[in-house]
Design a protein around this ligand. Sequence first.
Ligand code: CA
Length: 713
Amino acid sequence: MRSVSLPVLGAMLLLSACGAPANKAPQPVAAPAAQVNAARLLAADEAANAGQWMSHGRDYSEQRFSPLTKLGTDNVGQLGLAWFADFDTRRGQESTPLVIDGVLYVTTAWSKLFAFDAKSGKALWAFDPKVPGEWAVNACCDVVNRGVAAWNGKVYLATIDGRLIAIDAASGKPVWDISTIDAGKPYAITGAPRVVKGKVLIGQGGSEFAQRGYLSSYDAETGKLDWRWFVVPGNPADGFENKQMEMAAKTWRGEWWKTGGGGAPWDSIVYDPKTDLIYVGTGNGAPWPAEYRSPGGGDNLFLSSIVALKPDTGEYVWHYQASPHESWDYDNTNQIMTADLPINGQTRHVVMQAPKNGFFYVLDAADGKLLSAEPYVPGVNWANGVDKKTGRPNINPAADYAKTGKTTFVSPFYGGAHTWQPISFSPKTGLVYIPAIQSSYAYGAARQDDNPMGQKLSISFAKSAELMAKTNPKPVSKGYLLAWDPVTQKEVWRAEVANSGRSGGTLATAGGLVFAGNSENGFAAYRADTGEKLWSTDVQTGAMAGPITYEIDGEQYVAVESGFRQTGNYYAPNYSRILVYKIGGTAKLPEAVPYVAPEINPPAAFGTAQVIAHGEEVYGRYCSTCHGSDGLSRGMFPDLRMSGALQAAEAFKAIVIGGALSKNGMVSFAKALQPDDAEAVRAYLVNRAIDAKAHAKPAAAEPVKAVATGPHT
Ligand code: CA
């Protein structure tokens, strides 16, 4: 056995912070008999359940509106920390907790589930599905989890490695544990399951990995598959599963089935008792440029759509495609809400959505007819409006970068004008509260086979970075909390986030409040009607997940999961926590560890210009997705210019080729790279580090800021 050199150990210590326990995890203890009876989710039982948060979006409408009023505009300033608990990971945290019969259920990165006494914060039990660390490579955007569903004494957890697990709500012990994916295929689940009529519904992520997305329905008691609905058609030669797939196949050209097509429904699944329909949001296409996956045109159904299905059979009822022939990673998976809105003097029962493409949609819930669609952020330019008669966007021909062959600024950027962070709707103010982002990205097509780490992006990151760096003035990239009137389709107020950061998920209450965290350490309450900030607190890290509120023994609580500063720096301290507030709460967070910029201390330069250029190319294709373009950190993964492993070829190779850090999700690249490639990447990074040391304040302290508001080419 080869001895491990000191640099290797140093690098491991440095990098393994990613997955290492930061604090003590809650320990399983005896639990009370939680009577998880989510049958009470029905609106008729609203009064009895006012103090609970029983499903992902609180109730079937997923408005994330609580009827609780003990907290209001007059007393929210007295909120203090009631209790908190630390988790054992510093990866991204996106979970919306549930609170049912006094127990709070919350998930963390790596698909772990924790149960707490919601009043005292006492840890009741913890469940770890033990997903393999190396599965992280199948998740485009970290090993996050957005929460659980509950039904009839069980809690349902979906895992990053594609499993669906029923867990006894009282004991935390698994009841059944099934795979929802084809073994070996790189699907990943980050979303929360929903339970409808005794069936558990779950989709998956993986459009970028050349997959065929689908929604599955399982029996909540047994885990038996009930029905499955595919988003895109398969190979016509194999026959179609249903008539809609045959119809959808007519909107595709070429041999799309060879790359799967995409469409993965990774987030929103909503049931509407009024129409007895499920609405599911579908993902983008793969590869990204439509011209590559469907040469010569075609809408590519059912990508980037809301699709309505019957819950009992999975039968298709209607669809609305927001971004036909989409090329910009415009997933349409974002939160869907049902509501009754006054439109033209009539009360209309609608579905609403603020998807990544920047338009706010209001559709008739019964038939999917477009009622209105307007841009909810400035600068949207992939389409010049949406035609109200046809329901179709007027797509800007210049935005079809694969067809024009020109690298072009398109707004919104691929992260979307809004993505997974929950939105909320207050029937009292009539406003929707959206964590909005104004941005653009220089899209340019790469070779069709340019697929770093198996992701079918076919995007030229190098050309984009070059154009974005050259553009003066710098393109706008900022996040804010937006209050949007869905009837008039107009902005009513906005609360900017410091440092051009990002707003987190939102919660609206009958007490006239909106709660939202942000990427800049803040969690705050605003007046729902005016946006006036009434209370805020320092949470020491980003808080992007959806907040919730509940009431126990006459006291109203507000809870939010924190962890991961979206625009900050990997080396800044991060805390993954559940934080719970109430009037007069006196708990205190431990002192935050002050941020000290790490020293850039590269070894002497080595390698010929040719080797370094090769290293740059390899880095761009295989490393930049996580570690940032040009060696810059994206906040979540290490800035490799500061890596101790740069000191020695052996250390770097042990990680990149040997997989020494695979437990943390940094897998071996042995399948794609040779040891010489790894050494060329090291030569490139050493060069970048020397340059950074000579020229600047540590560039790692600067988050990567993209982007603009209008067409530039
Ligand atoms: Ca996507």
